[in-house]
Design a protein around this ligand. Structure first.
Ligand code: FAD
Length: 411
C-alpha cells in the first residue's frame, strides 16, 4: 500500500464503511471524511420506519458510531457540515470550503438527493424524506397530528404512510402510476402490495398527479388531476432521488445518472473510486450497468472502493444480486434481483388471501428475481440461486421443494 492519504467524500453508510475497511486492512495513513451534513454518519432506513412511528421524545439515535470512535479508534479527521465543491483529478485535490485537500486515494460516496416538487420551496409543511433533518421535521408534524398527504407510493412514501397510520393519523397517498412500487417489484406485485395500504386504512389514489399545493406560507391543500382537493398539514414528497454529482461537474469524470465506474468501482481517474447510491458500475451478474439505492450494496461497495483505491494492483470487481427490504405496517417485504421480467409467478401463498407469499421473476429461461412477503428465511436462498445463474425451471423446482418441506414440517 503506497497511498498515504485517503479522502472519503460523503459521510454516510458507504463513506463510513470505506474508512472502516481501510483501517481494518491496516492502512495507517491519514483519512479525512468529508460530509455535507453536520451530523455524524447515521443510518437512513429507520428514518422512514421506527423513527417516525415514535414521538419526538423517544427513540434511539440512528448514528452508527460516536465521534470518539471515529476520531480516536479509527483515526479519522472529520470535516462535517461542509460539502466538497469540486474535484481536480490532475492536481489530486478536493475543494472543501477554503481548503484544497490532497489525496492519493479518493472514495466518492455522496449518495443521492431527494427530488423536490418544483415551486414548493418556502411553503412550510412540505418535506422530502432523505436526511435526519427531514425525518425530524416530519416526525414533529406527525407529533402534532398532521393530516398527511404522501406524494409517491414508492418505498419511502409507503413506509411514511404506514408510520402515520400506526399513529392513527389520516393519510392519503397519491401515486401517478396505476399501481405502487412498479419500478421496484413490477406491476402485478405492486398491485398486490397496494392492498396493504387499503387494509390499514390508508387512502391510496393511483393514476393521479398533483396539480398544485396551496396555502398561505404553509401548505393547506393539495389539488389533484381529477379535480379533487385534499386538506393537508403535512406533505411528504417521495418521488425518488437523484445521484449527488453536481459537485463533480467539470472534473472530467463521466457522469451519467451517477458516477460511471468499471467493475472495480474505479471512476476513470487515477486513485478515484465511487461507492453507494452515487455509483453506477457494470454488474457482471446481470451484465449491465446499474446504480442501486440499497443499503446492502452501499455498505459493500464502500468497503470495496476503499480497498481497491488503496491497493489498485489487487483490485477486485463488485458483483451482486441487488437486495432490499422494506417494512410497511406489519409486513416485511424483501426483494432480490431485478424486477424487469417476462413472467412473475407466485410460488408460495395466495396474494389475495395470505399475509405470506413468495413470487419468482423470469427473464428468458433464467431466474432473475424473487419477492418475499413476510418470509424472511426464504429470500437469501433465492438470492443464491440468482447469483448462480439458476434457470427458471431450477427456481420453480427449488420453490416446490421448499413448500413441500415446510408442509411436511407443519410450518
Ligand atoms: P447516502 O446515505 O445518501 O449518503 C451520502 C452522504 O453524502 C450524505 O450524508 C450527503 O449529505 C453527503 N454528501 C452529498 N454531497 C456531498 C458533497 N458534495 N460533499 C460532502 N458530502 C456530500 N435501503 C434498503 O435496502 N432498505 C430500506 O429499508 C431502506 N430504507 C431507506 C429509508 C430512507 C428514508 C432512505 C433515505 C433510504 C433508505 N434505504 C433503504 C436506502 C439506503 O439508506 C441507501 O442506499 C444508503 O443510505 C446509501 O448510502 P450512501 O452512503 O451511498 O449515500
Amino acid at each position: 500500500m503506497s497511498a498515504r492519504r485517503l479522502v472519503v467524500v460523503g459521510a454516510s453508510l458507504a463513506g463510513l464503511r470505506a474508512v472502516e475497511a481501510a483501517r481494518k486492512d491496516g492502512f495507517d495513513g491519514r483519512i479525512t471524511l468529508v460530509g455535507a451534513e453536520p451530523h455524524l454518519p447515521y443510518d437512513r432506513p429507520p428514518l422512514s420506519k421506527q423513527f417516525l412511528e415514535e414521538s419526538g421524545a423517544g427513540g434511539a439515535s440512528p448514528t452508527f458510531r460516536t465521534e470518539e470512535v471515529l476520531r480516536t479508534e479509527l483515526g479519522v479527521e472529520l470535516l462535517l457540515g461542509t460539502p466538497a465543491t469540486s474535484l481536480d483529478t490532475a492536481a489530486r485535490t478536493v475543494v472543501v470550503g477554503e481548503q484544497a485537500l490532497g489525496y492519493d486515494a479518493l472514495v466518492i460516496a455522496t449518495g443521492a438527493t431527494a427530488r423536490r416538487l418544483p415551486g414548493t420551496d418556502g411553503l412550510a409543511g412540505v418535506h422530502t424524506l432523505r436526511t435526519l433533518d427531514d425525518a425530524t421535521a416530519v416526525r414533529k408534524a406527525l407529533d402534532a397530528g398532521a393530516r398527511t398527504v404522501v406524494i409517491g407510493a414508492g418505498f419511502i412514501g409507503a413506509e411514511t404512510a404506514a408510520a402515520a397510520r400506526k399513529r392513527g393519523l389520516d393519510v392519503v397517498v397519491v401515486e401517478a402510476l396505476p399501481t405502487p412500487l412498479v419500478r421496484a417489484v413490477g406491476e402485478s406485485m405492486g398491485g398486490a402490495l397496494a392492498s396493504l395500504h387499503r387494509r390499514h386504512g390508508t387512502d391510496l389514489r393511483c393514476g393521479l398527479s398533483v396539480t398544485a399545493l396551496e396555502g398561505e406560507g404553509r401548505v393547506e391543500r393539495v389539488r389533484l388531476s381529477d379535480g379533487s382537493v385534499l386538506d393537508a398539514d403535512l406533505v411528504v414528497v417521495g418521488t425518488g432521488a437523484v445521484p449527488a454529482t453536481d459537485w463533480l461537474e467539470g472534473s472530467g469524470l463521466t457522469l451519467d445518472n451517477g458516477v460511471v465506474c468499471d467493475e472495480m468501482l474505479h471512476a476513470g481517474a487515477e486513485g478515484v473510486y465511487a461507492a453507494g447510491d452515487v455509483a453506477r458500475w457494470h454488474n457482471p451478474v446481470f451484465d449491465r450497468s446499474m446504480r442501486l439505492e440499497h443499503w446492502t450494496s452501499a455498505a459493500e461497495q464502500g468497503a470495496l472502493a476503499a480497498r481497491n483505491a488503496l491497493n489498485p494492483q489487487a483490485a477486485r470487481g463488485y458483483a451482486t444480486v441487488p437486495y432490499f427490504w422494506s417494512d410497511q405496517y406489519d409486513t416485511r417485504i424483501q426483494f432480490v434481483g431485478v424486477p424487469d421480467a417476462d413472467e412473475i409467478t407466485v410460488v408460495e401463498g395466495d396474494i389475495e388471501r395470505d399475509r405470506l407469499w413468495v413470487a419468482l421473476y423470469r427473464a428468458g429461461d433464467r431466474l432473475v428475481g424473487a419477492l418475499a412477503v413476510n418470509r424472511p428465511t426464504e429470500i437469501m436462498k433465492y438470492r443464491g440461486l440468482v447469483a448462480r445463474h439458476a434457470t427458471w425451471v431450477e427456481g420453480l423446482t427449488f420453490a416446490r421443494s421448499r413448500v413441500k418441506s415446510r408442509q411436511t414440517a407443519g410450518v
